[in-house]
Design a protein around this ligand. Structure first.
Ligand code: NAD
Length: 497
């Protein structure tokens, strides 16, 4: 067997080893004996070098016309498209989700790259009349500087692309710090950007742990922007550290998303949505539907059908086309799920299916857990309040729309929610009342598209949005420009009063 490949950091246009001299392993969660690759176990010195390279490259990159920056992104998007299948296979090997979903992850990066490439010709500002004669007013977007991008493992190419592409099109330079469990997909993205012609130092990649790479990155004085996606606990820490030096900070964090099933819902459709939302990506999506609130009039029927479908899901290695649900990302995440299932049982939630680790042929070498449904949940139970990030769904009975909305909103998070109903009045009321950044009607809580703003309210986010033109508002600053061609002193609010 060929020895495992050792992947390097990308700093100032060169693939380099960490100054630590150490590496860490990228392991397949479906088979812990399979080493996907070895990556640099970087440290603060590597971070410093990457930030210095990004700072230097910013001087020229900010002056490259945005449509020209867009041309590089168009090339990158086409290269991603050409390599889609290989990239998806490698992603399944490093993070476990089924091939269909990793293809979707790569496709999201392709969509985002094409979209932001186009924004190179559309960074519109405003021109507007002045209150004074012979004076011209306009606003333009300006780049900000070096952006530190810290990403989680569950969308290892899509999420880095959500951050990198708008950062670049606006004229910023980038230091990317991918999650330790999934560095390969982000490495692949950076390699494609290099091939597409991104100048040296504009994009830098430093792999390693949160404490050894992420934390020092936040403390770099030359980092002006930090975009973080991950857990609410770490996000809170990121926010505190960045506040000390007034870095612009975009935080996308946890969720406890909800599907509301009304008594007039098409139940087959609602069950499809609950299965996809609850068990897609093994429940490890920030938008996963980990709660389903069901009107009592259809509670029994819905729950029976939902449990039946959950039981039949085939778990296994995501490369197998028959498999519908892959493993959890690692043993620690599996232990977290086990702990929550015990908590649910002790709280009195009714375990309707699953509730155990999968063992036996094909499962023993991986972090596999059975699709799990808790019924008769009280909305205040911890399993109905806290993000579990695994294949565990809590079903909660309710009486009518108003109670469903109250339960739906009764968590600290606010990422995604949805309603299944045939009644347009109920749909519009829920659309208005649900305190989430994303809302669906007759669809599950997952399925965001790249040209709409993405992000959450309450403890999911800090008010910024990713994707769409909304992302440009984070990666650029407005400059308002007044041009006075009157040839005399004109004082706003005074001379024209
Ligand atoms: P995590 O918070 O453990 O790690 C996220 C990233 O932060 C990783 O790269 C990690 O190495 C880094 N990090 C850890 N400690 C750090 C520190 N002190 N300073 C700087 N960086 C540090 O999250 P995770 O386990 O990788 O991802 C799962 C979480 O991400 C879930 O809570 C999920 O809901 C959330 N998520 C949110 C969204 C969203 O858009 N809202 C999308 C995907 C995932």
């Amino acid at each position: 067997m060929a020895p495992p490949k050792v992947y390097k950091n990308f700093i100032d246009g060169e693939w380099v080893e960490s100054t630590s001299g150490n590496t860490f392993d990228d392991i397949n969660p479906a088979n812990r004996h399979e080493l996907v690759g070895m990556f640099q176990k970087s440290n603060a010195r590597d971070v410093e070098m990457a930030v210095a390279a990004a700072k230097e490259a910013y001087k020229a990159w900010r002056l490259v016309p945005a449509p020209k920056r867009g041309e590089i992104l168009f090339r990158a998007a086409r290269l991603l498209l050409e390599s889609k299948e290989t990239l998806a296979e490698q992603m399944t090997r490093e993070m476990g989700k089924v091939l269909e979903e990793t293809r979707g992850d790569v496709q999201e990066a392709i969509d985002m790259t094409f979209y932001m490439a186009g924004e190179g010709r559309r960074q519109f500002g405003q021109t507007t009349p002045s209150e004074l004669q012979n004076k011209f007013c306009m606003s333009v977007r300006s780049p900000i500087g070096v952006a530190a991008l810290i990403t989680p493992w569950n969308f290892p190419m899509a999420i880095p692309s959500w951050k990198t592409m708008p950062a670049l099109i606006c004229g910023n330079t980038v230091v990317l710090k991918p999650a330790q469990d999934t560095p390969l997909s982000t490495y692949n993205l950076v390699q494609i950007l290099e091939e597409a012609g991104v100048p040296r130092g504009v994009v830098n990649l430093v792999t390693g742990t949160g404490s050894e790479v992420g934390a020092p990155l936040l403390r770099q004085a030359d980092v002006r922007l930090v975009s973080f996606t991950g857990s609410t606990e770490v996000g809170q820490e990121v926010s505190k550290v960045c506040a000390a030096s007034f870095k612009h900070t975009c935080l996308e964090m946890g969720g406890k998303n909800v599907i509301l099933v009304m008594d007039d819902a098409k139940l087959d459709l609602a069950v499809d949505g609950a299965v996809w939302g609850g068990f897609g990506t093994t429940g490890q999506r920030c938008t996963a539907a980990s709660r389903v609130v069901v009107d009592r009039k259809v509670y029994r029927e819905f729950t029976e059908r939902f449990v039946e479908r959950a039981r039949r899901l085939k778990a296994g290695n995501g490369l197998d086309p028959e498999v519908q649900m892959g493993p959890l990302i690692n043993e620690a995440q599996l232990s977290a799920v086990e702990k929550y299932v015990e908590i649910g049982k002790n709280e009195g939630a009714k375990l309707l299916c699953g509730g155990q680790r999968l063992t036996g042929d094909g499962y023993d070498c991986g972090a596999f857990y059975a699709p799990t449904v808790f019924g008769d949940c009280d909305p205040k139970m911890r399993v109905a309040q806290e993000e579990i990030f695994g294949p565990v769904v809590s079903v909660i009975p309710c009486d009518g729309l108003d109670e469903a909305i109250d339960i739906g909103n009764g968590v600290v998070y606010g990422l995604s929610s949805s309603i299944y109903t045939q009644d347009v009045n109920k749909a519009f009321k829920a659309m208005r009342e649900m305190e989430t950044g994303i809302f669906y009607v007759n669809a599950s809580t997952i399925g965001a598209e790249t040209h709409l703003p993405f992000g959450g309210t309450k403890q999911t986010g800090n008010g910024h949005r990713e994707a769409a033109t909304a992302a440009l508002d984070f990666y650029s600053e407005w400059k308002s420009i007044y041009v006075d061609y009157s040839g005399k002193l004109q004082r706003a609010q005074i001379d024209n009063a």
